[in-house]
Design a protein around this ligand. Structure first.
Ligand SMILES: *[C@@H]1O[C@H](CO)[C@@H](O)[C@H](O)[C@H]1NC(C)=O
Ligand SMILES: *[C@@H]1O[C@H](CO)[C@@H](O)[C@H](O)[C@H]1NC(C)=O
Ligand SMILES: *[C@@H]1O[C@H](CO)[C@@H](O)[C@H](O)[C@H]1NC(C)=O
Length: 343
């Protein structure tokens, strides 16, 4: 990382001395944001938690140089825009956990929260032979599943969320973690007639990452896993009474196609934060795209958006209801097998 920063500052220096006029033009064009939040620095990220985990009031904010920013709108999509196979990933759900944790669309700066179902924190049921989330799960920053058009491949509109990704790295990850992953493929999920891509990635720092470039490569090193993960997405909602979730095209889509699909989704996100698309209930306030009306200077964000100044004292998470410790079993017709008196 240091090496890269060094090289790019050298390049900048070269441009500056070769063509001072060009530098002046750039200066006039873009109002310079305060130095403090101008450049995204991965080393300057931290997290602020408010409230107790496993409750509906719990929130987690992303801080950059100690000021709150948006997980969705302010973390860049590409760590290096010249390599679109590697993208940033926001971990919402660490491996082997069950809470449905995600970035909150309508709230300013889109903090992470515990999703709700029937007035209570939502969890996923474990469907045999799967247990909890068997991978790290989260969202791809600066992408949007556009609900205002039918995706050409799926034929369905987007689900209004940032794009989802599951990461098969060996570390379990933690909520709020920002990491760099290599795209290996993706599942075009049809969830309730909405397009809801689940991209498959691996942390660039994982020992396996250098050996795999596609989901087929993963099969060589971890036989059976890509199929098992596909099945997980197909059946996980059956235990709560939903139908199975169809995967368009049945299997994984290839890397070049999903790299293009992520890029397309980035363009939809640009239309969203620039106001070209009606944001509806989505909060598009952000601190990094200074030429857009959704921009707020990072030094003003906390006060103007009423974001707590301090995190809560660390506390034990609230108890997870017992039924989320159990396994649920499906018949050969893929229906939930119900046992009287067991729920
Ligand atoms: C998307 O497809 C559906 C079903 O074919 C159609 O009814 C709808 O008008 C289409 N929406 C758009 C925005 O094209
Ligand atoms: C990748 O997937 C797309 C969509 O399914 C397909 O049109 C394309 O031919 C595939 N490319 C390769 C090299 O398999
Ligand atoms: C605003 O600036 C960003 C770079 O910060 C650029 O990608 C985008 O195209 C610009 N948008 C408009 C509407 O000029």
């Amino acid at each position: 990382m240091f090496g890269k920063t060094f090289v790019s500052s050298l390049a900048l220096l070269a441009i500056t001395s070769a063509n001072p006029l060009e530098v002046r033009i750039t200066k006039e064009k873009a109002p310079k944001p305060e130095k403090k939040c101008a450049e995204f620095d991965y080393e300057k990220l931290s997290l602020r938690e408010i409230g107790q985990r496993n409750t509906l009031d719990w929130r987690m904010y992303l801080l950059h140089r100690d000021e709150p920013i948006s997980f969705w709108h302010d973390v860049p999509l590409y760590p290096d825009p010249s390599n679109k196979n590697i993208i940033n990933f926001v971990v919402e759900i660490p491996r082997w956990t069950d809470g449905k944790i995600e970035t909150r669309r309508p709230e300013a700066l889109n903090p992470i929260f515990h999703d709700e179902k029937d007035g209570a924190p939502r969890y996923v049921e474990s469907v045999w032979p799967h247990k909890s989330y068997p991978f790290l799960y989260g969202s791809i920053p600066q992408t949007w599943e556009n609900p205002n058009l039918n995706h050409t491949f799926t034929g369905f509109p987007g689900d209004k969320d940032p794009m989802d990704l599951f990461d098969i790295s060996r570390d379990d990850g933690y909520t709020g973690q920002i990491k760099q992953v290599k795209l290996l493929g993706g599942l075009a999920v049809n969830d309730g007639d909405e397009t809801d891509w689940k991209m498959l990635g691996i942390d660039v720092k994982d020992p396996l990452a250098a050996l795999v470039n596609t989901y087929e490569d993963v099969e060589k090193y971890r036989p059976g896993t890509v199929q098992a993960f596909r099945d997980w997405f197909t059946y996980y909602k059956v235990a709560r009474g939903d139908d199975i979730i169809p995967i368009i095209g049945e299997t994984y889509q290839n890397v070049s196609f999903v790299v293009d699909t992520v890029e397309e989704s980035h363009k939809y996100w640009q239309d969203l934060v620039s106001g070209k698309e009606d944001p509806g209930k989505i909060s598009i306030v952000q601190t990094s795209q200074i030429n857009l009306s959704s921009w707020i200077p990072c030094k003003d964000a906390r006060k103007k958006l009423n974001i707590p100044k301090k995190g809560s004292k660390p506390q034990e998470p609230a108890e997870k209801p017992e039924k989320y410790h159990w396994w649920y079993y499906l018949s050969s017709e893929k229906k939930l097998i119900e046992v009287p008196g067991s729920s």
